[in-house]
Design a protein around this ligand. Structure first.
Ligand code: PFF
Length: 463
């Protein structure tokens, strides 16, 4: 029985094709992980949550929770070889439990749709900054001028919606064509180029005279400032930046060739992603302090600091344009992975072509995006629970849905799947395997639940 089951698993293939190599997979997942989360979101959540202590908690979450979840997602994806909903149903049945695990996949598909609805609005914002930079409007601009340009953009809902539309169209276009072609090529160029440009910017930031201030803001940990809400935000950010907890990595894992080492690939992605986020912080914060800006300014932070810095630089128009092009690329390769679970599901379940599925899902996401696009202008005073519609979507998806999805995924891989299945899929039963199992059975689920319950006030204070 076991061996015939194993044969079945070996023979499984994905309907959507496979990555051409291990490198292609690593690049695709890195392309998914590295995005607006690293350069747009990381600096402002660090700013809003007081700096150093937050960064340390974030790093601990990446290592102790993020990595085991990522490994679990890839191994489940590769074993199931279907979209996350079908994979969870299949593996649930195969392990002798229930097909109802498919609801975890369902929540992931929904999370991807909701996240992309705001991600695309910010992606459009990035696109508009390509044009603004190229026009030279930031040359020698002062901080109030750059702030006014940002407010001018966000204040006009028609402009925000137009760029959101362009960004969604680009995303639909690529997803419709399939992820293997074009995408692999784009990522091959994009990740090294982005890293190179960040290092150039780091040089500028070091020369701003405020590098020490930025460094100490990011790394001197004052744990008194840390609330459970910021610990939850750090954990949510770890999930968001690694693209885990919603099945995107599971979907990409479904296209992974059998021989590839899942541990090696996951660690490589996590390191590349973390380096780019830290680098972004080290570029942004010195510029914030050098220009008397507020590190807790929020979602518009990078759209002020970086244009300001570029405006003062030799060749700034060129560098600014290249930077926003790369950031748009980074956002675009992430956006594709946000759509992939939903599109793969529609293709498999309803037998639609990829193009039909991409257009259908894309239109739904585009319409949902109005909620965020209008949160910066027409509906900026419409606040409930956590704030604007955007604030609520952001909180619901990143701080609630991703950690909840993450905990269910590691519990599935660690407790529901038998040792045989996981060690067979991971190709190991040695030290690394035991470490992964320890983290995914105990450390990650207990950590996620604890932080979550603490932040929503369901666990009492002992002190
Ligand atoms: N990891 C992406 C970023 O940091 O911008 C965002 C993201 C992509 C989250 C894909 C979730 C996901 F499935």
């Amino acid at each position: 029985m076991l061996s015939s089951q194993a044969d079945g698993v070996e023979k499984r293939v994905s309907l959507h094709g496979h990555w051409s190599s291990r490198l292609a997979f690593v690049l695709a997942v890195t392309g998914s992980a590295v995005g607006l989360g690293n350069i747009w979101k990381f600096p402002y959540v660090v700013g809003q949550n007081g700096g150093g202590a937050f960064v340390l908690v974030y790093l601990a979450c990446v290592a102790l929770i993020g990595l085991p979840v990522m490994v679990s997602e890839v191994l489940m994806g590769r074993r199931g070889r279907r979209n996350p909903i079908a994979t969870m149903a299949l593996l649930g049945a195969e392990e002798g439990t229930s097909r109802n695990w498919r609801w975890v996949g369902g929540m992931g598909v929904l999370a991807g749709i909701l996240i992309l609805s705001f991600y695309s609005v910010i992606g459009g914002w990035t696109l508009s900054y390509v044009l603004k930079s190229a026009s030279g409007m930031f040359s020698n601009a002062t901080a109030p001028e750059v702030t006014a340009i940002r407010d001018g953009f966000t204040g006009s809902w028609k402009t925000v919606v137009s760029f959101h539309t362009v960004f969604m169209a680009l995303t639909i276009f690529v997803v419709a064509r399939g992820v293997e072609r074009g995408l692999e090529q784009a990522v091959r160029f994009m990740v090294p180029a982005l890293l190179g440009l960040m290092i150039v910017l780091l040089g500028y930031s070091i020369s701003s005279g405020y590098f020490g201030a930025g460094l100490s803001f990011m790394f001197s940990a004052d744990f008194d400032k840390l609330t459970w809400d910021s610990v939850l935000a750090a954990m949510g950010q770890a999930f968001f930046t690694l693209s885990i907890g919603m099945g995107a990595v599971m979907a990409y894992g479904a296209y992974l060739p059998k021989e590839t080492s899942i541990f090696g690939a996951s660690v490589t992605v996590a390191i590349a992603d973390t380096m780019i986020a830290i680098l972004a912080g080290l570029v942004i914060f010195p510029l914030v302090f050098a220009n008397g800006l507020d590190p807790a300014d929020g979602p518009g932070l990078v759209f002020i600091t970086l244009p300001l810095a570029f405006g003062q630089m030799q060749g700034g128009v060129f560098f600014a344009t290249v930077f926003f092009v790369l950031l748009s690329f980074a956002a675009w390769t992430s956006a594709i992975s946000l759509m992939e679970p939903a599109v793969a599901w529609v293709v498999e379940k309803f037998n639609h072509t990829r193009a039909q599925a991409a257009v259908m899902i894309g239109l739904i996401i585009w319409a949902a995006g109005f909620g965020t696009a209008l949160s910066f202008n027409v509906l900026s005073d419409f606040k409930f629970l956590r704030g604007t519609i955007f604030d609520n979507l952001d909180y619901l998806t990143i701080n609630i849905m991703l950690p909840l999805g993450g905990v269910l995924i590691v519990v599935f891989a660690g407790w529901v799947m038998c040792r045989n299945s996981t060690s067979n899929e991971l190709g190991s039963s040695g030290t690394l395997y035991r470490l992964w199992r320890l983290l995914s059975r105990f450390v990650a689920p207990i950590g996620i639940l604890f932080v979550f319950l603490k932040a929503v006030g369901l666990l009492p204070d002992l002190s």
